[in-house]
Ligand binder design. Structure first.
Ligand code: ACM
Length: 553
C-alpha cells in the first residue's frame, strides 16, 4: 500500500495581500476553515455572502451553509453604512471571521482579501484532496485610494473569445479593479453586433491575415482572424462583471481607427473606398466623413451600445484621427464652410461634440482619449490621458474629470525590459518597477487635480498579444504593481511589494496565469525571429510633446 500523502497546509502569511491594505494588524493563531464552517449574513450582505460562498465552495468543497443568528457562524458578513462603499474591515480570529463592508463592493473586496489569506488554493475551481485550510489571525482595514481602477482590453486587434474575457474579469476582481474598458472597434475589426447595421460584424469582424511583428521588417502571417460578440454575449459579460463589482465601459472608435466600419459601409468614408479591414497595424489616413448621415449612423450605433451597457461612461475613441483626407476633400471643405468650421482640427472637435451631445442627452458621459481636448466638450466629458500627462493638466484646467493612463506607466503591451528575449518588443521599457513607481497625485498636488483625477487605468493593446498566453505574459504581474498604484495609499515601498509578490504569483499559478517570471521570459514565451520596434524614452517624450501641442488650453 502506498502511504497516503500528509495533509497539505498553506502556511498562513502575516501580510501577503496585494494590493497593500491601508492597515494590517497580526493576531495570534489561525482561523481554520473546515466542513463544519457556517456563514451568516444580514439581509443587506446576503448577495455578497452568496458570492463568497460560491467561490469558497468551489475551491474547498465545503458547503458553508448559511445559518440565521443567533446561531454562531464561522464567517459573518454585514454592512456598515458609515464606512466608504468600497471599504471593508476583515477580522480573522481563531473563533471566527467577520467581514464588514461599506456596501456590496466593500464586502466583495473583504472576501477577496480573506481568500488571499487562505492561500492560493482558495482560487482554484475544484478542491484538491487532503487540504487543510487556515487564515492567519489578523485585522485588515482597507479602502481604495481611487474610484476609477481601470483596465482596457483591446479586443479589436485580437479578438478574445468570451470565456477569456470572463476569466480576465475574475483576475481584475482579484486586483480590486472596478472598470473594464472594452475597446470594441478599430481598423482591424468590429466586435459588437449592431442589429441595425449587420454588416459591421458580417464584414467588419473578419480579416484575411494579420501583421506579424512591428517595424520595417514586419511581415503578414497569412492566417485569417476574426470574431465578434453578440449583444447577449456582451450582456453576459456586463452581468458577470457587475457581480464582481466591475463596470464595463464600452468604446466605439470615431472618427479615426474606423477601417473595419468603412469596409462594411464605404459610404461612411471620405474617399468612397473600396476599403478592407486592415491587416496592418499603425495609423491609417482613413477617417469618417462629416456627412449628417454618418453622424446619424453612429448615433444609432451608440443607441444600441447604451442599451447593452448600463455604464455612465461611454467611449467614443477620438485618438489618432489623421486630418489629411478632410483637408484634401472638396465635399468635406464644403461641409466645413456650411458649418462655419475653419480647420480640420475644429472638424474633429465638431464630430466629437455631435456624439457628446447625443450621449449627454441620454444621461451618459463621453469618455475619450485626450485628443478630444482639441475642441470644446460638454462638462461631463471625461478624458483618458494617454499621451503623457499634458492631456490630464489641460482637462483639469478646463474642469473635466480625467483618468491617468500615460503610456510610460500604463501601456502593458510595452516591452518589460531591454533584453533581446522580450517577445516582439514595442514601446519604451516599462518594467514591473516602472509601473509600481508611478505616483498619480504627488503630495503637493493642487485641489483641482485632487477633485478631477478619478483614477488610473492600465491599457492592453493587442496588436502583438494574439493569444491568451501572450496577454497573460504582458499583463501579469505588472497588474499587481498597477493595482497597488490604483488602490493603496501613497508611500509605497518597493521592497515591501517585492516581499509580498511571491504570494500573488502563487495565486497566479493556482489560477493558471501564464505570467512573466521576474527573471524574464520562459523560452516558450519568446518570439525569436519576429521583429519589434523598441523605442527610447527621450525620443518618445519628444514625440508626445509635439503631438499634444494642439490641445485647446
Ligand atoms: C492610443 O493609444 N491610441 C489611445
Amino acid at each position: 500500500m502506498p502511504r497516503s500523502p500528509a495533509p497539505v497546509r498553506w502556511r498562513p502569511g502575516r501580510d501577503r495581500v496585494i494590493p497593500k491594505p491601508h492597515a494590517f494588524a497580526s493576531g495570534e493563531g489561525v482561523f481554520a476553515l473546515d466542513g463544519g464552517t457556517t456563514m451568516t449574513a444580514t439581509d443587506a450582505a446576503a448577495h455578497a455572502a452568496r458570492r463568497l460562498q460560491s467561490d469558497l465552495r468551489a475551491a474547498t468543497g465545503f458547503t458553508l451553509p448559511t445559518v440565521r443568528p443567533p446561531q454562531p457562524a464561522g464567517i459573518a458578513l454585514g454592512i456598515d453604512e458609515r464606512m466608504p462603499r468600497e471599504g471593508f474591515r476583515l477580522e480573522v480570529a481563531p473563533g471566527g471571521v467577520r467581514i464588514t463592508g461599506g456596501g456590496d463592493a466593500g464586502l466583495f473586496y473583504g472576501g477577496q482579501a480573506f481568500r488571499q489569506l487562505l492561500g492560493p488554493g482558495a482560487f482554484r475551481r475544484a478542491p484538491l484532496p487532503r487540504r487543510e485550510w487556515a487564515a492567519a489571525a489578523s485585522v485588515i482595514e482597507d479602502e481604495p485610494r481611487f474610484g476609477w481602477r481601470g483596465f482596457m482590453l483591446d479586443v479589436a486587434r485580437s479578438f478574445r473569445p468570451k470565456h477569456e474575457v470572463l476569466r480576465l474579469i475574475d483576475l481584475l476582481a482579484l486586483h480590486r479593479l472596478n472598470v473594464l474598458h472594452l475597446h470594441l472597434t478599430d481598423d482591424q475589426g468590429w466586435r459588437m453586433e449592431i442589429s441595425r447595421s449587420p454588416r459591421l460584424t458580417e464584414v467588419g469582424a473578419w480579416r484575411p491575415e494579420s501583421q506579424l511583428g512591428h517595424g520595417p521588417q514586419s511581415t503578414v502571417d497569412g492566417r485569417p482572424h476574426g470574431g465578434f460578440y453578440t449583444q447577449d454575449d456582451l450582456r453576459e459579460i456586463v452581468a458577470y462583471a457587475a457581480e464582481r463589482m466591475i463596470t464595463v465601459v464600452p468604446e466605439i472608435e470615431t472618427p479615426g481607427h474606423v477601417r473595419a466600419a468603412l469596409a462594411a459601409y464605404p459610404e461612411l468614408g471620405v474617399t468612397g473606398g473600396p476599403y478592407e479591414v486592415w491587416t496592418r497595424y499603425g495609423i491609417t489616413d482613413d477617417v469618417l466623413n462629416a456627412e449628417a448621415s454618418t453622424i446619424a449612423f453612429f448615433r444609432h450605433v451608440f443607441d444600441e451600445v447604451m442599451e447593452v451597457f448600463p455604464s455612465t461612461y461611454i467611449g467614443v475613441g477620438g485618438d489618432e484621427a489623421r486630418k489629411t483626407q478632410w483637408a484634401a476633400d472638396a465635399r468635406t471643405q464644403e461641409l466645413m464652410r456650411e458649418r462655419g468650421i475653419e480647420t480640420p482640427n475644429e472638424l474633429q472637435a465638431w464630430f466629437i461634440r455631435q456624439l457628446d451631445d447625443h450621449l449627454t442627452a441620454a444621461g451618459r458621459r463621453l469618455y475619450g482619449w485626450d485628443e478630444v481636448l482639441e475642441g470644446p466638450l460638454a462638462p461631463g466629458a471625461t478624458i483618458a490621458s494617454w499621451r503623457g500627462l499634458r492631456g490630464a493638466r489641460v482637462a483639469v484646467a478646463r474642469g473635466h474629470d480625467v483618468v491617468l493612463c500615460p503610456d510610460d506607466f500604463a501601456y502593458l503591451d510595452y516591452r518589460q525590459s531591454d533584453a533581446a528575449e522580450e517577445p516582439i518588443p514595442v514601446g519604451t521599457v516599462l518594467s514591473l518597477r516602472d509601473v509600481y513607481d508611478f505616483e498619480p497625485l504627488p503630495g503637493d498636488a493642487d485641489e483641482a487635480p485632487r477633485r478631477h483625477v478619478l483614477g488610473v487605468q492600465a491599457n492592453a493593446w493587442t496588436e502583438h498579444l494574439d493569444t491568451a498566453a501572450r496577454l497573460d505574459y504582458a499583463v501579469f504581474p505588472r497588474l499587481a504593481a498597477f493595482a497597488e498604484v490604483a488602490w493603496s495609499v501613497p508611500g509605497k515601498e518597493w521592497d515591501d511589494f517585492a516581499a509580498r509578490l511571491p504570494a500573488q504569483l502563487a495565486i497566479y499559478d493556482a489560477i493558471g496565469v501564464a505570467y512573466r517570471p521576474l527573471t524574464g521570459p520562459h523560452p516558450w514565451q519568446q518570439r525569436p525571429g519576429v521583429p519589434g520596434a523598441p523605442r527610447e524614452k527621450a525620443d518618445r517624450q519628444a514625440e508626445l510633446a509635439a503631438l499634444t501641442a494642439d490641445l485647446l488650453e
